[in-house]
Design a protein. Structure first.
Length: 255
């Protein structure tokens, strides 16, 4: 349940879940964490995203597929969201696969994790001074956000932080950046889960405690999404920036 809470809270808040898991494993000497359990937690947080954005997903998916029926008619929002997610997932996958071995080494270095958290802290601090834009999502913005998401495979670089920053810097409104940041995360989380399945054995029945951990991750993830939504709309990034700075300095100086 402790690991589920850690995964659920930090997966969505801009504080880097991978950094927290790396620090947790370092402090508890549990670097050989069970891959099956890691997979269960990732699926739980993905389900939280699906539940939180269920209305957006159904509406945008319906508008996307409806766009194939009349090529001459005016396209709705879902058409552009769909293609942006599809094309944006390509750089995410390519960058993630190319950096896979480097990421594993980086996660074992508390100096790297600490430095990456400081980078995230500076990025979040900059967001306090970025005005909201009025642009709508498109393929080019999707590619930029997708590339940012690919870089976030490094522990300490917050996925939600860099994708929200990329969207806002491209001129999206806060609400638009928030929606797209987490819709484009679904293929990434699913892809990461499938990659973990290569090394994880089959799960027939969840061992004792795993179900509680998954449920904790799910509900903590829902709460984190709610908190982050209000943070993004209000533009209040200073707390998360300060938190990442403190945790980064702790990892650099004491771990």
């Amino acid at each position: 349940m402790i690991q589920g809470l850690l995964q659920g809270v930090t997966e969505f808040l801009p504080v880097s879940s991978s950094a927290h898991l790396s620090i947790y494993q370092h402090l508890t000497s549990s670097a050989g964490i069970n891959l099956n359990f890691d997979l269960v937690l990732h699926v739980a947080t993905m389900c939280a995203t699906l539940v939180y954005f269920r209305r957006d997903i159904f509406q945008l998916a319906a508008e996307f597929f409806a766009g194939f029926k009349g090529l001459s008619s005016e396209k709705k929002e879902g058409w552009y969201f769909g293609w942006a997610v599809i094309f944006g997932s390509i750089p995410t996958a390519l960058i993630g696969l190319m950096l896979e071995s480097a990421v594993a080494a980086a996660g074992a270095s508390m100096h790297f994790v600490g430095a990456a958290l400081l980078v995230t802290s500076v990025l979040l601090l900059i967001l306090n001074f970025v005005p909201q834009g009025k642009l709508k999502i498109c393929v080019s913005i999707g590619l930029i956000v997708g590339a940012a998401q690919g870089i976030a495979v490094f522990p300490g670089i917050s996925r939600s932080g860099v994708t929200l920053a990329a969207g806002l810097l491209c001129g999206l409104s806060a609400a638009e950046a928030f929606r797209f940041s987490f819709l484009i995360s679904l293929p990434a989380i699913l892809g990461a889960a499938l990659l973990e399945m290569r090394h994880a054995g089959a799960i027939s029945l969840l061992p004792s405690g795993w179900g509680a951990g998954a449920l904790t991750a799910f509900f903590a993830g829902l709460l984190s999404l709610h908190v982050l939504h209000h943070t993004v709309i209000a533009g209040k990034w200073k707390f998360f920036s300060a938190y990442c700075a403190v945790l980064g300095l702790v990892a650099l100086l004491f771990l």
